[in-house]
Structures are given as structure tokens and as C-alpha cells.
Write a protein that binds this ligand. Structure first.
Ligand code: SAH
Ligand code: SF4
Length: 345
């Protein structure tokens, strides 16, 4: 954002460093707070560069205050959502959106039901994090983790996702370590390979949700394009290269994918692989008939996997009272979706 301005005004490098330090690390609230720039330069900056390209629309806070969801308005009037999760161990995780809606159309996901309204720019992704960075810095804290698990499929907006990662990890900007990032994907193989080839070494989460091809296709249309066998092969190559454990996300839907036979198949699929399973109790969405698995089924499922040595966690449901839990991000005021579904991509 600052590069073009610096070029136009012929600014020396130290000016850019000053800008980055105050904008990203101190997380100033407006360009007026750029204290080590003169007023004239600040005024030109204010005229030519926007402090935020997203506009804050509404903020929702969960009753126990551990989750904050923000609805942002884009220039085109569409809205996106971002969630901050405050964990007890001082971790502050921002869950960013990378699209308006999502074209992938998984059957259990509210975002998918919205259709696709466009890709976000890297600037819009960075703005989401900076919004919370500013709030946290005021309290002597900061954003410690970023997860690409909000609206949209990161692999289908890869260039902008990668640009945003560069800004987050750049030592002169936010300087966050790659370990602090998680990218979640429903399984686009070529783009995933590209991400790794380009050097991404953060965490990877795969939305698996079914232990076999047939059921996966039913729940996730992407499985038809990128079958399970090929996906596992690409993931094996990634593990081989990085020796990093992959998180497999598995939404627990009553009677659909939570039966003992599914647990058995999943155990067979993952045993011997460097895997971690994250069971996500299904969060109800308005449009679907699915129900969340019972606590007992989830525990039983967990034990079957643990019995073969696969580590399992059950994702804490945070923010469901403000519709901020996984899969619930969908803004019903967005009206301009093209309705592009996966078949058209
Ligand atoms: N598009 C990416 C990232 C966003 S979704 C992906 O699919 O991986 C973040 C996670 O929430 C995914 O694992 C997704 O499958 C899960 N999810 C979607 N709908 C859900 C729901 N209704 N209940 C629980 N988890 C859901
Ligand atoms: Fe898109 Fe992910 Fe939702 Fe599927 S689960 S529709 S890929 S956001």
C-alpha cells in the first residue's frame, strides 16, 4: 500500500520503515498518528492512500467475551465477516475471510449456501487482521495467530492469500512467524501444490469430513474434481517434504458421517500418516436439515481413532451465540451473488 506512494514522492527507505513500524507494529488508529512524519507528508498520504479499505459495519461480541465477530462492508457494498477468538493462554487468533461467500458449495456450510460474491484483495485480508491488532495493542496484547478459515476457499484466491501472508510475515511489517498461520482448504490439489512449492511452511488443515470418496462427494462437490486418493497422495508428499503434521477437519453430523463404520474407515485412512484429527461438532445453519452429532457419538468416534494412535481434539464451539462458529459465516444482507457454483469454475 505504501510502495506506490513512496515511489511517487521519492521517499527514502527509512520513511517506509517508519511507516511500517507505526502502522503495523504500533497499530496506529489513523495516519494522523504517524508522529515521525511531517504534517505535509501526512496530509498527502491521507489524500492518496486509504487507511482501511474495509469499513466496519457491525461488531458482535459473545456473551462470555471470548469471541468477537465483525461485519465489514466492502466498497461494492457486500459484507464479509471476521472473527477474533481470545484463548485463555494469551493466544489471540483472527479467523480471516478470503472471499465474499464461497463457490465450493459444501452441503453443510452456510458460507457455501451464499454463493460466490468475489475474491478479496490482499489489502482486504490484511485490513481484517489490522482491525483486531489495533484493538488488542490498546490492551497491551496482539494478534498471535491467523487462520484462513473464514468465508471462502483460500486455494481459489491463492495469489491474494499469498500476498497477505507476505505482509504478515515480513519482519518490517507484522513479522509473524510462519508457525502462526493455518490455511484450511477443502482440497484443491494443484493450488495446494503451488502453495507449498512457493515455500509456505505454516500449518495446513484439510477439510476432510468423510472417510471415503462416495460420502465425500455427497458432502463436498470439490471431491468430484479432486478425488480422495489423489488428495492423500499430495498430502503425503507435503509431509515427506516438511515432516509437518496435517490437521484433518471432520465435521460431526448426526447419522451422516459419525457412525462406527465411518470412524473405522477414517482410522484406516489415517493410520501410519502424520495426522491430527479435529472433530468439529456441526454448527446448525438455517438452510440444512443436518443435526449435530450427540456428545456420546463424538466421544465414541474420538476413542476409535485414538485406539489406533491418531491424536484427536474436539473443536471448542466458540461464538455460536453470535453466529461466528465454523461454517456459520454468512451475511444475509449480501444480495449480489452471481451464484457461481463449482461446476462453473
Ligand atoms: N474453505 C475452507 C476454509 C473455511 S471453512 C475449508 O473448507 O477448509 C472452515 C472450517 O469450517 C472447514 O473445515 C469447514 O468445513 C468447517 N465448516 C463448514 N460448515 C460447518 C458447519 N456448519 N459446522 C461446523 N463446521 C463447518
Ligand atoms: Fe467453501 Fe469451506 Fe464452506 Fe466448503 S466449507 S463451502 S470450501 S467455505
Amino acid at each position: 500500500m505504501i510502495q506506490e506512494f513512496a515511489k511517487k514522492h521519492n521517499l527514502p527507505k527509512y520513511r517506509i520503515d517508519q511507516f511500517n513500524q507505526q502502522f503495523f507494529q504500533q497499530a496506529i488508529e489513523s495516519f494522523d498518528e504517524l508522529s515521525n512524519w511531517g504534517k505535509d507528508l501526512r496530509d498527502s498520504l491521507k489524500e492518496e492512500v486509504e487507511f482501511m479499505v474495509l469499513e466496519q459495519d457491525r461488531v458482535f461480541e459473545s456473551e462470555n467475551k471470548d469471541t468477537v465477530k465483525v461485519l465489514f462492508k466492502r466498497k461494492d457494498g457486500q459484507r464479509i465477516e471476521t472473527v477474533l477468538m481470545r484463548h485463555h493462554n494469551n493466544r489471540n487468533t483472527v479467523c480471516v475471510s478470503c472471499m465474499v461467500g464461497c463457490p465450493v458449495n459444501c452441503s453443510f456450510c452456510a458460507t457455501g449456501k451464499m454463493g460466490f460474491g468475489g475474491n478479496l484483495s490482499a489489502r482486504e485480508i490484511v485490513d481484517q487482521v489490522m482491525f483486531f491488532q489495533r484493538r488488542l495493542v490498546k490492551q497491551g496484547k496482539k494478534v498471535t495467530n491467523v487462520v484462513y478459515m473464514g468465508m471462502g476457499e483460500p486455494m481459489l484466491n491463492l495469489p491474494e492469500v499469498q500476498k497477505s501472508l507476505e505482509i504478515f510475515t515480513d519482519p518490517s511489517k507484522l513479522g509473524m512467524s510462519s508457525r502462526r498461520f493455518t490455511i484450511s482448504t477443502s482440497g484443491y490439489i494443484p493450488q495446494f501444490r503451488q502453495l507449498i512449492k512457493d515455500g509456505y511452511r505454516g500449518k495446513v488443515a484439510i477439510s476432510l469430513h468423510a472417510p471415503n470418496q462416495e460420502l465425500r462427494e455427497e458432502l463436498m462437490p470439490v471431491a468430484k474434481l479432486h478425488p480422495l486418493g489423489k488428495l492423500m497422495k499430495a498430502l503425503d508428499e507435503y509431509v515427506e517434504l516438511t515432516n509437518k503434521r496435517i490437521t484433518y477437519e471432520y465435521v460431526m453430523i448426526s447419522d451422516v458421517n459419525d457412525q462406527p463404520k465411518h470412524a473405522k474407515q477414517l482410522a484406516a485412512l489415517l493410520s501410519g500418516r502424520l495426522a491430527h484429527v479435529n472433530l468439529i461438532p456441526f454448527n446448525p445453519i438455517k438452510e440444512e436439515v443436518y443435526e449435530r452429532s450427540s456428545g456420546n457419538s463424538i466421544q465414541r468416534f474420538k476413542r476409535s481413532l485414538e485406539n489406533v494412535g491418531i491424536p484427536v481434539t474436539i473443536r471448542a464451539t466458540m461464538g455460536d451465540d453470535v453466529d461466528a462458529a465454523c461454517g456459520q459465516l454468512a451475511d444475509r444482507e449480501n444480495k449480489h451473488h452471481t451464484g457461481i457454483k463449482i461446476g462453473n469454475l
